[in-house]
Design a protein around this ligand. Structure first.
Ligand SMILES: Cc1cc2nc3c(=O)[nH]c(=O)nc-3n(C[C@H](O)[C@H](O)[C@H](O)COP(=O)(O)O)c2cc1C
Length: 377
């Protein structure tokens, strides 16, 4: 069976599509740790999940922006999380979440200008995460392809003030990005740099975030990887920014995510390289580091260990004003674990981590096993 999800609007049964349009995933983790397999947002996406557990192939039809899926398409995919379990293992040599149901193949049908190679790679990676393979990325119209690239840093002076935007959909109180930002900022403060923070998880903060974005020279966007790329909510915010601005600015990114290996972040980094140009800005590089999902669930002493290295990166940013230095590149760590480390991680570390998730779930009032299947296949 094929299930077609359409976010284009106009031409195909508008009522059905509007009814299907869900809200953004807010990263609350309830579908993994409180009510396994069931999304906390009560809308029509539950019907989509019930159909997905019976489907072999998922075709997503969407419009494009920034050379990638627009926010409506991306949020459809962000909300697919209940199809996976919180628990992690190695599959095909890569660290991945375990499947809650069966494998799902994914295909993309898109409208507008996009980076075709990037969409194909994203589709392969996303399908592999759900145990399936890519059915391809197929353009619906013959628009020009778009390859992403921005001018590298053009600001020579040392930074004095940084606008930081937290692009995580998760409320600030529980956001791992927030903990990373505050630790990083300690280092910036030591270097005499002042900063202000805007959280996209609260829509009330969007207009102040937009103002700050338009009226400052140095912007730092920190965010978690969501389904191999930028969260739908952050894309939605970026789509509200004008394409041109009066004064020049530079955007640097701080990208982190659950999985440890640097390779996990490279596809998203490709998008980030092209993004500033499309917002009238230059590119100040991307600081990448994995293994952040445990910030929320691990004991405080371990959390401190995980975030402390960001202080040094804050000092570096205060000096250089960007992440285009070898020190920032090195911060990512290993691109892919060698075979022996993978075996050790799988035997020792993941067992501990998965146990930690189960304990966290119990403490949160979860009464079902984490691998529960609430919808029948
Ligand atoms: C919907 C969703 C999708 C995610 N996708 C990925 C992913 O593709 N790769 C990854 O390494 N981590 C992924 N993560 C994990 C987050 O990047 C990680 O937990 C991060 O620390 C969350 O930061 P925050 O608390 O500021 O939102 C995902 C999390 C959610 C909720």
């Amino acid at each position: 069976m094929n299930l077609v999800l359409n976010t284009l609007g106009a031409s195909i049964d508008k009522e059905t599509i509007i009814a299907l349009l869900p809200d953004n995933c807010m990263g609350c983790n309830q579908c993994w740790l409180k009510t396994p397999g069931i999304c906390a947002i009560k809308d029509d996406y539950e019907n989509i999940l019930k159909k997905l557990v019976k489907a072999d192939n998922l075709w997503l039809v969407f419009d494009t922006r920034f050379g990638f899926l627009d926010y409506k398409g991306k949020r459809m995919m962000d909300r697919i999380m209940p199809m996976l379990n919180m628990t992690i293992g190695f599959r095909d040599g890569w660290m991945r979440h375990e499947l809650r149901y069966h494998a799902l193949n994914i295909g993309l049908l898109y409208k507008g200008a996009a980076d075709q190679a990037l969409l194909e790679d994203w589709c392969k990676r996303t399908a592999a995460n759900i145990g399936g393979h890519s059915l391809g990325a197929i353009p619906l119209d013959a628009t020009s392809s778009m390859v992403q690239n921005s001018k590298h840093s053009t600001l020579n002076s040392k930074p004095t003030h940084i606008v930081i935007i937290n692009g995580s959909p998760r409320v600030q109180k529980y956001s791992n990005t927030d903990k990373i930002i505050h630790t990083f900022a300690q280092g910036m403060e030591e270097g005499g740099v002042t900063w202000e923070l805007h959280n996209l998880s609260s829509r009330k903060e969007w207009s102040a975030a937009r103002e700050a974005f338009l009226n400052n020279e140095r912007i730092l966007i920190a965010f978690p990887l969501y389904v191999e790329c930028v969260p739908g909510l952050m894309l939605e915010f970026l789509e509200t920014l004008p394409k041109e601005r009066k004064q020049h600015a530079e955007i640097s990114f701080m990208l982190h995510g659950g999985m440890d290996e640097g390779n996990e972040f490279r596809l998203c980094e490709r998008i980030l390289r092209g993004l500033p140009e499309q917002l009238g800005c230059s590119y100040g590089g991307t600081l990448i580091h994995g293994g952040s999902f445990r910030i929320r669930t691990a004991p405080a002493d371990q959390v401190a260990k995980m975030v402390t290295p960001y202080i040094e990166m804050g000092r570096l940013f205060a000096q250089k004003g960007n992440f285009l230095s070898p020190e920032a590149t090195k911060f990512t760590g290993m691109e892919q674990y060698p075979w022996l480390i993978r075996k050790m991680v799988s035997l020792l570390f993941l067992k501990k981590v998965n146990g930690e998730f189960e304990q966290f779930a119990k403490d949160w009032g979860c009464t079902r096993p984490l691998g529960d299947k609430p919808y029948s296949e």
